[in-house]
Design a protein around this ligand. Structure first.
Ligand SMILES: [Zn+2]
Length: 572
């Protein structure tokens, strides 16, 4: 059986099935009923909000002879042919993939012929802003004198890139991001149709991450289902989307509430350890705090947004005063601004954690004094803890290293990924620091260029070595490593996108983070003779210009420097 993506299988086929764009659906339906279709439309809005789905339904409604209250019947030959994308009078052009003039010139030649089978010839031009200037001008010419019985539906995610002269010749509809409740409702409906059991919380996680895009929501759901054994759980979706698990958010905020700096930092360490991105962490924590605040006044509303609430969440909401929560949100928000400008994201997270856990120390001192005779003692303790942490931060010491070891040793995974040792060694033999640096730099852009499914697969990964043909990418989770290593589409997309961005297209070789240090050590050991290095010292630096004066065989040193970077190689 051919696998079809959920968003294709469950694509809306009627106006009233369109989710979250009620006003637009009604207006278009009215236009059909009154026979007042315009000859050019412009659909703008974020991706996955229903632009092309509505365009297709509109194309059907214009041509269906069995309209039902403005809706296409979806049963006549015309409707079916359009649904199956085989009616030559309805043409879909993706300007993102062919932004050439040819396509539009060709369109200009054929546009004057009457439709073959349908009443209206319909051109749906997706991502119209991608058209080249020449193509835009050609399109403008057509729109200036539109032939009869031709309807243009232009769709774009970036309307500011569309020429004003084109915009002014169209009837414009702005598609909104789809609300969380609407997305959850639709996902629920699909899972029920597929007879898949689910935890409701899981759907909220997906909806939140999809940021108003139904297509993204469905492609995350697709991915989540492929992991699901029996029931789609919240933990599954959290892992896939890289969201913080509820338990971790609870633990973090509880430690902050207890003003236990060390514990807060430890929880943060665990969170980062699991490959969470700084940006997402801050977003999740801001939302968490907003919900804490809202829960005091509108419990029902928060339950609707977050799904089932934990006891810790409810208790925190009662125990924390509003001022504290305002302060937390303010501090988190500041950290959000700071990480935008910095590469040292984890340092900012550590700093904000210290700030959060000490933010209203004054009020806590008084409380502690009143309630507890050991108040001064515990304050002293807290102060010295804090001083130590700040000292370590200043020294740039990794305060999570201990934690990391413990976690690695105790981590149990359901399935183990088999690291392709030979292949990894092969990459390392000709790996260069330049290739790796290039990849690391472009990695966030690469993630952004991927659709939600591929992004989910690549999220908890980072490049650790590369040459011009291959790259070793380390994964935090065995299960994702297994999935990604088998996913040929993913590999192809990653190669293509990288090629566009940096001009070379390395193959994906996957390693797990837990095994990578061992494998790298083994490689160095094995190849030490080849490289003739006395020692590769990972902690000490040498001045770059000095290194050649030490060596007898510059080639070998060059190779080592290329491989690990000059600041990693020490020549004796
Ligand atoms: Zn029909």
């Amino acid at each position: 059986m051919n696998y079809q993506a959920l968003y294709r299988t469950f694509r809306s086929q009627r106006f009233d099935e369109i989710i979250g764009q009620k006003a637009i659906s009604i207006t278009l339906k009215q236009a059909i009923l009154q026979g007042k279709a315009s000859h050019a439309y412009l659909f703008t809005g974020p991706r996955g909000t229903g632009k092309t789905s509505v365009a297709r339904i509109f194309a059907k409604a214009l041509n269906c002879h069995h309209l039902q209250d403005g809706e296409p019947c979806n049963q006549c030959e015309m409707c079916i042919a359009i649904t199956e994308d085989r009616l030559e009078d309805v043409l879909e052009i993706d300007a993102a993939s062919n932004n050439g003039v040819d396509e539009i010139r060709n369109l200009r030649d054929t546009v004057k012929y009457s439709p073959v089978l349908a009443d209206y010839k319909i051109y749906i031009i997706d991502e119209v802003h991608m058209l080249s200037t020449n193509a835009f001008n050609a399109l403008l010419k057509i729109l200036e004198e539109p032939p009869a019985n031709v309807v243009f539906i232009l769709a774009t995610t970036e309307v500011h890139k569309v020429l004003p002269t084109i915009i002014s010749r169209t009837q414009r509809f702005n598609f909104k991001r789809i609300g969380i409740k609407d997305i959850v409702y639709h996902l629920k409906d699909i899972l029920q149709k597929l007879k898949i059991k689910f935890e409701e919380k899981a759907l909220y996680t997906i909806a939140r991450v999809a940021e108003g895009s139904m297509r993204d929501a469905l492609s995350i759901l697709d991915q989540a289902i492929s992991f699901t054994e029996d029931t789609l759980t919240s933990e599954d979706t959290m892992m896939i989307t890289g969201s913080l698990t509820r338990d971790m958010m609870d633990r973090y905020m509880l430690a902050v509430y207890e003003k236990n700096v060390e514990k807060s930092l430890k929880v943060l360490g665990t969170i980062l350890e699991q490959g969470k991105e700084a940006k997402r962490f801050l977003e999740d924590m801001i939302l968490y705090n907003r919900d804490l605040l809202m829960y005091r006044y509108a419990a029902q509303l928060v339950t609707e947004i977050r799904g089932v609430l934990t006891d810790t969440f409810k208790q925190l909401s009662i125990k924390l005063c509003s001022e504290d929560i305002y302060t937390y949100i303010k501090l988190l928000n500041e950290a959000q601004q700071e990480i935008r400008l910095s590469n040292l994201t984890n340092v900012y997270l550590e700093v904000v954690t210290v700030k959060l856990a000490t933010s209203s120390q004054a009020s806590s001192i008084i409380k502690t004094w009143e309630n507890d005779h050991k108040g001064l003692e515990s304050l002293r303790e807290e102060l010295s803890q804090l001083q130590n942490i700040v000292k370590n931060l200043q020294k740039g010491k990794d305060i999570f290293s201990e934690n990391r070891l413990v976690n690695n040793n105790s981590s149990k995974s359901k399935a183990d990924y088999k690291n392709p040792v030979a292949q990894i060694h092969q990459v390392l033999l000709s790996a260069t620091k330049t290739h790796l640096t290039t990849l690391k730099k472009v990695w966030p852009d690469l993630l952004n260029s991927l659709d939600a499914r591929c992004k989910a697969m690549m999220k908890a990964s980072e490049p650790v070595a590369a040459n011009d043909g291959q790259m070793v990418v380390a994964y935090d989770y065995d299960i994702l490593a297994i999935k990604a290593s088998k996913d040929e589409t993913l590999k192809q997309v990653v190669r293509n996108n990288l090629n566009k961005m940096i001009g070379f297209a390395p193959d994906l070789v996957i390693v797990t983070n837990s095994q990578w240090p061992k494998l790298r050590r083994a490689f160095i050991k094995e190849n030490r003779k080849k490289l003739q290095l006395d020692k590769v010292d990972m902690t000490q630096n040498i001045v770059a210009k000095d290194y050649k004066s030490f060596n007898k065989d510059a080639d070998i040193i060059d190779k080592a420097v290329n491989l690990f970077g000059k600041d990693m190689v020490k020549v004796r």
